[in-house]
Design a protein around this ligand. Structure first.
Ligand code: SAM
Length: 283
């Protein structure tokens, strides 16, 4: 096991602080500091920004980020049992780790990180990971407060984020992510890398903001993709009927074929549909 920082092995930290994993908090810990170092390094330069980490747990990724040179890590953890272990890391790296006890879904990430350049890196709790991602990629202000996201998800979720039209995984998440970001899967993580091991393979996904996404009304895009992928086997002229009685005219005005199916429509097509829908609603 790697020795990256002179702190005790994570297994000892977990035993010392009684951090038996809780399923309700999505706790699957990464104890191999070689692996967490690989993830930390894939987050990009760490010395020119603040890193926001959600769910540091016993601190495997936190330690790797700090050992790799992170100037400042702000870590939000819901489980108060982890705080003493995180305090030990904070003492080891004076002034570089700020731990906030709380629910990342309820906290304002901009206020937490205090402006300036931010990268987000996290082994996300599976039960809130997708919602956090959606929050980060649908901020009102664009470009957003973050300059990259390096996130661990269940592999199936990672595939839904990076999916291209025509694939089985292509859906609402891929359209949102494809509209505002460039994304890719960096590598997979075997369930055995985690304690306790989850049932499925995980993947590290890296996203950077698209500096100039097509102009689009977010709520219209969400309604269009919900309707279109809610009935993904149907032609658009049928699946979009729930939104407007004249779905066919809407689709044609967006420059698309009423007989196309949701999974054949690229991101630009969905943006055109959303904008057409917005103008129909405004009439
Ligand atoms: N980063 C650690 C690692 O890689 O070993 C732990 C990752 S574990 C998959 C997810 C962590 O997120 C847990 O420590 C859990 O307590 C924390 N967590 C769960 N829900 C949270 C929430 N809503 N806000 C902040 N942290 C949360």
């Amino acid at each position: 096991m790697a020795q990256i920082d002179g702190l005790p092995p994570l297994r000892d930290v977990i035993a010392k602080h009684g951090l038996n994993a809780k399923k309700s908090l999505g706790q699957n810990f990464l104890l191999d500091l070689n692996l967490t170092s690989r993830i930390a390094k894939s987050a990009g330069p760490l010395d020119d920004c603040t890193i926001l980490e959600v769910g540091p747990g016993p601190g495997g990724l936190t330690r790797a980020l700090l050992a790799a040179g992170a100037r400042k890590v702000v870590a939000v953890e819901k489980d108060s049992r982890c705080l003493p272990a995180l305090q030990e890391i904070s003492d080891h790296y004076p002034g570089r780790l700020q731990v906030i006890e709380g629910d990342a879904l309820a906290l304002d990430p901009v206020a937490l990180t205090g402006g300036g350049k931010v990268r987000i890196a996290a082994n996300l709790p599976y039960n809130v990971g997708t919602q956090l991602l959606v929050n980060w990629i649908t901020t009102d202000t664009w470009p957003p407060f973050w300059s990259s996201l390096t996130l661990m998800f269940q592999k199936e979720v990672g595939e839904r984020i990076v999916a291209q039209p025509g694939s089985k995984s292509y859906g609402r998440l891929a359209v949102l992510a494809g509209w505002r970001c460039k994304s890719g899967i960096l590598f997979d993580l075997n369930p055995k890398a985690f304690t306790p091991p989850p049932k499925v393979t995980s993947a590290v996904v890296h996203l950077t903001p698209n500096p100039a996404p097509l102009r689009c009304d977010l709520s219209a895009l969400e309604r269009i993709t919900a309707a279109a992928f809610g009935q993904r086997r149907k032609m658009l002229r049928a699946s979009l009927k729930s939104l407007t009685p004249d779905a066919e005219a809407l689709i044609v005005s967006a420059g698309l074929l009423p007989t196309a199916r949701a999974e054949e429509i690229d991101v630009a097509g969905f943006v055109h549909l959303a904008e057409a829908f917005k103008s129909v609603r405004a009439v």
